[in-house]
Design a protein. Structure first.
Length: 581
């Protein structure tokens, strides 16, 4: 490695005699006084130490560079470059007071060095010592009046400090140096808009419109300014201008479509957006990007707005059936429009084009799970695992499906595989433990069940469903009833109108012998659409029996039987007209 040039730079930075011109050193031999050996040694040692520190910094060993520069500055406090480099290292380490001190000292030692001044101003600005920073920046501009970079930094500093008039002045000076500059014009427009100087902002946009008269971008920019200022009549006039002069511009078409939606003129809105989708000069990617801002209406929009988005996304997909993004967009629009069957078709089309995007598999599995088509969940989970063998979610989907199919033994393995693979998604980990709690309870492995529920609640202590399920299982076993009552009550605080949660709490009160209170909660559960729940009806019958209302008890037991409950204990209760627990 040739380090000679770097060595020379370092020597020059230190201001050593080796950097003087050769001619200036030419003297008669007898006139030259030999330097003392001490002076030579000192200069050599200073150069060597500086070189070691700078070499460490350039090689990225910031810890060693920091230590070497700290030691160097202690020995040679008048070296401005060393102070500057040490300040930068200290700033990286957030040693702000020390960084400020050394940056200031570097400027004092080398007051003409603009890099030192610029860095010192940066630190002062970071420390919110804005007046001092402003003074330094202004000095840089004063001493470098033709430097565009410093003028721009001055303008941005004023903008940051909300000194808008000064920012405009700096940009004006910069414009005189650079001539017309689109970015500077837009900056001025933004500043005037922030000041509420609407017409001055509009005048800046007019400059751009004169340069680019065919572009609809700048009339639309005017619309934004006038809308922010609440000048609706002027907004209307510009939209009319868009219709007359820019009706074939796709950007204008999107803007006009949105405008007519806001005006409740759905027919006109559809006309313009259909033009966008049929525009042969636009590629699919551009059409998708134009459509994306409208997707916010998928869930919150009117039926007409939703239909428009569906129509447009379908048009893009049909136009480019081999384009993955187009197919994915249409599938997602269908999914969020709750058109799950149609979404399934599109997601499957996507997988024929590309199997490497897990979010598509996830959407597919979620739809099948919501449709309770558990065999399909299992089939597609296995297919996804061929591509993503280390993804936890397909295993979780499999476990959930086996639970719903009443095949608890088969659920345990994929759930545990999911647990082993998932390390970051705490919500999923908690859900896996909760599901395992359900499974082990079904298998009557109560210690494992309780342990899983407790692990789940340790992660998500406010998960209402887990609180309810664990509490209910404890109540059925008539164990830890105080804990069960506390958890059930908490679940009700989180979801006070859930009939299942009301039933659980009422049943726990029943197990505690609080029959009147239990009936109160069961009444609430029945009013919350609980009349179709056979378990809830049977529980109400048991409560009436404990309250010595035998006829009501039999009535509710029979209602439970009519709703599909056929467990032997219920049938025996009805037959013998007696409570069995």
């Amino acid at each position: 490695m040739n380090i000679k040039p770097l060595f020379l730079i370092c020597v020059c930075a230190l201001g050593l005699s080796a950097c003087r011109s050769y001619k200036k050193l030419e003297k008669k031999q007898e006139d030259v006084k030999a330097p003392s050996s001490v002076s030579k040694h000192t200069q050599t040692q200073e150069t060597s130490l500086f070189f070691d520190a700078e070499k460490a910094r350039l090689l990225g060993d910031t810890k060693l560079a920091y230590n070497l520069y700290t030691s160097f500055v202690e020995s040679y406090p008048a070296n401005a470059t060393a102070r500057y480099n040490l300040a930068r290292l200290q700033f990286q380490r957030q040693e702000l007071a020390a960084a400020e001190k050394n940056a200031q000292k570097s400027v004092e030692l080398a007051p003409q060095n603009k890099y030192f001044i610029e860095f010192y101003a940066q630190i002062l600005s970071y420390l919110k010592k804005n007046k001092q920073a402003e003074s330094l920046i202004n000095n840089l501009v004063a001493t470098n009046p033709e430097d565009e970079e410093y003028l721009y930094k001055q303008a941005m500093f004023y903008l940051k400090e909300k000194e808008y008039d000064k920012a405009i002045q700096s940009i004006d000076k910069l414009e005189k140096l650079t001539g017309f500059n689109e970015d500077l014009v837009i900056q001025k427009k933004n500043i005037y808009a922030k000041q509420g100087k609407t017409e001055l902002a509009i005048n800046e946009i007019k400059k751009l419109r004169e340069i680019y008269p065919q572009s609809a971008q700048f009339p639309i920019m005017m619309i934004d300014v006038y809308e922010s200022a609440g000048q609706k009549e002027k907004v209307k006039l510009i939209y009319e201008d868009l219709e007359v002069n820019y009706s074939e511009d796709p950007i204008a078409q999107v803007a006009l479509s949105q405008y007519f939606i806001e005006q409740k003129n759905i027919e006109r809105s559809n006309q313009y957006m259909k033009k966008v989708m049929k525009n042969k000069n636009l590629d699919v990617e551009t059409k998708i990007s134009l459509l994306l801002p409208t997707l916010k209406f998928i869930e919150t929009g009117t039926p007409d707005e939703k239909d428009l988005i569906l129509t447009m996304s379908k048009s893009i997909s049909e136009e480019s059936p081999e384009n993955k993004d187009a197919v994915s967009l249409y599938a997602d629009v269908l999914y969020f429009s709750k058109k799950n069957d149609e979404a399934l078709v599109e997601y499957k089309k996507y997988l024929k084009l590309d199997k490497s995007k897990f979010s598509i598999w996830n959407q597919l599995l979620s739809i099948y799970l919501n449709k309770q088509q558990y065999d399909s969940v299992l089939a597609y989970a296995d297919k996804s695992l061929e591509v993503f063998p280390n993804n936890a979610l397909p295993y979780f989907f499999k476990g959930i499906s086996y639970v719903q199919l009443k095949e608890s033994d088969k659920a345990i393995k994929p759930l545990n595989q999911s647990l082993e693979l998932e390390t970051e998604n705490t919500a999923l980990i908690a859900q896996i433990y909760s599901t395992l709690g359900d499974v082990y309870n079904t298998k009557q492995n109560y210690p494992y069940s309780d342990s899983c529920f407790e692990k789940s609640l340790k992660i998500l202590p406010n998960d209402a469903t887990t609180l309810n399920n664990y509490a209910y299982y404890l109540s059925l076993r008539k164990t830890k009833l105080d804990d069960a009552e506390r958890m059930s009550k908490k679940s009700l605080e989180l979801m006070p109108e859930s009939k299942s949660f009301l039933d659980t709490y009422g049943w726990i009160l029943y197990q505690q012998g609080k029959y009147t209170e239990a009936k109160s909660y069961m009444d609430r559960a029945l009013k919350a659409n609980g009349e179709e729940d056979p378990t809830l009806l049977e529980h109400m019958g048991d409560i009436y029996y404990k309250l010595n209302d035998k006829s009501k008890a039999i009535e509710y037991w029979k209602k439970a039987q009519m709703k599909g409950e056929s467990n032997p204990t219920l049938l025996k209760k009805i037959s013998d007209e007696k409570l069995y627990e």
